[in-house]
Ligand binder design. Structure first.
Ligand code: ATP
Length: 372
């Protein structure tokens, strides 16, 4: 399922150079983006980067100052919200407290004046879909947080929109429920074939659920792609540090030979990277990114000539699945490096301990060249 790589695939939604300002603030800047039928898309970014505004323009609650929004090739930029085949599930759920679960789900259908029998059937269908059969008569305050979220989801899906917008759908759920709900939402989406666009500032959530995601910064889309591509090949330091943990080194390019790039950093000496970096010139300042799980830790000096540095263990955090070790390179105030050791096997004969003198090392494939 990769319609974005298929030139013949027709997008469901197209943003074309969309800009939205509020007074002096440019909330969304020149955004161009296509969403495809059946796609699960996540919009990721810190608070205030413009995610909600982008989504609200799609729902029709805001009008762009410039640019166009198309749905199935038709310009809907000025179309009122209720005429769009788009629905939104709000972070607060916005359920009517005085209405039963069934009446909450039926609300939009009644406004559309669908026949009674059809409404009843659709409500039953939706209750089954979100696994709330038998709870139709309850009021929202008689439900758990997770159940309330399902009602909100059922209500948003009842009109069978082509596109469902979800604004921080898991924000009110606790961690455990959140994880379970992520998978349920993915199942539901693939069963219905509806395009989902979820807004979140939780990178794990975006990466788990999305076919593709976009990382936003100050109103701009910085990178769009499948989660693994964004994680493994971030375009710059902002994306790299927003999606996962990363250790960053400053340096300058000393050699480029095919895919092999050599960077001199003051801290670790020469770093060798296997990276297609055609635009890199000798002498250019770059950042080298090293993900914590791509680093190796040992007590003995590794034989390789490059890509290693000595340090001291500053901290060890056991997290169950992994152990996070912080290694200080260059003494106090130096470069503090995070290393993630998986706990798949019981650790080798000599475990690591605080204040151990250790060596960090990594493969040529591990380093990422990042734009500042
Ligand atoms: P959050 O994750 O906190 O919801 P966000 O990424 O969704 O943030 P937006 O809500 O889209 O960000 O806001 C983007 C920018 O536009 C912010 O600087 C915000 O203050 C501003 N903004 C949004 N809506 C309005 C409005 N109605 N009037 C004035 N400024 C607004």
């Amino acid at each position: 399922f990769q319609p974005w790589n298929d030139p013949a695939a027709k997008p469901l939604i197209e943003f074309r150079h969309v800009t939205k300002r509020f007074g002096g603030v440019t909330a969304v800047a020149e955004v161009s983006l296509s969403l495809y039928p059946r796609e699960f898309f996540a919009l990721l970014g810190p608070s205030g980067c413009g995610k909600t505004t982008l989504m609200r323009m799609l729902a029709g609650f805001e009008t762009p100052d410039a640019g166009q929004i198309l749905l199935g090739g038709t310009d809907i930029t000025e179309m009122p919200p209720h005429l769009r085949p788009v629905n939104m599930m709000f972070q607060s759920y916005a359920l009517f407290p005085h209405l039963s679960v069934a009446d909450n789900i039926a609300y939009g259908l009644k406004r559309e004046r669908l026949p009674r029998a059809e409404i009843a059937q659709r409500v039953a269908e939706m209750l089954a879909l979100v696994k709330l059969d038998g709870l139709g008569k309850r009021r929202p305050d008689q439900l758990s947080g997770g159940q309330r979220q399902r009602v909100a989801l059922a209500r948003a899906l009842a009109k069978r929109p082509k596109l469902l917008l979800l604004d921080e759908p898991m924000a009110a759920l606790d961690r455990k429920l959140r994880e379970a709900t992520q998978f349920e939402l993915m199942d539901l989406q693939s069963e219905l074939g509806t395009t989902f666009m979820v807004v979140t500032h939780d990178q794990d959530e975006a990466m788990t659920m999305a076919d593709r995601m976009a990382v936003m910064d100050h109103g701009r889309l910085v990178q769009i792609g499948p989660p693994d591509v964004i994680y493994e090949a971030p375009v710059n330091a902002y994306v790299a540090s927003f999606v996962g943990d990363i250790n960053v080194l400053e340096g300058h390019v000393v050699a480029v030979e095919g895919d092999l790039v050599r960077v001199e950093t003051g801290i670790t000496g020469m770093v060798e990277l296997d990276e297609e970096a055609p635009a890199l010139a000798i002498g250019a300042s770059v950042l080298v990114g090293l993900r914590p799980e791509k680093l190796d830790l040992s007590h003995d000096e590794p034989p390789q000539p490059f890509n290693k540095v000595a340090g001291e263990i500053w901290d060890i955090g056991y997290l169950g699945d992994v152990t996070m070790v912080q290694v200080m390179v260059g003494g106090e105030g130096g470069w503090l490096v995070k290393v993630a050791l998986t706990n798949r096997r019981r650790r080798a004969a000599r475990p690591f301990a605080w204040e151990d003198k250790v060596w960090l090392s990594w493969d040529v494939e591990a380093g990422l060249v990042l734009k500042p």
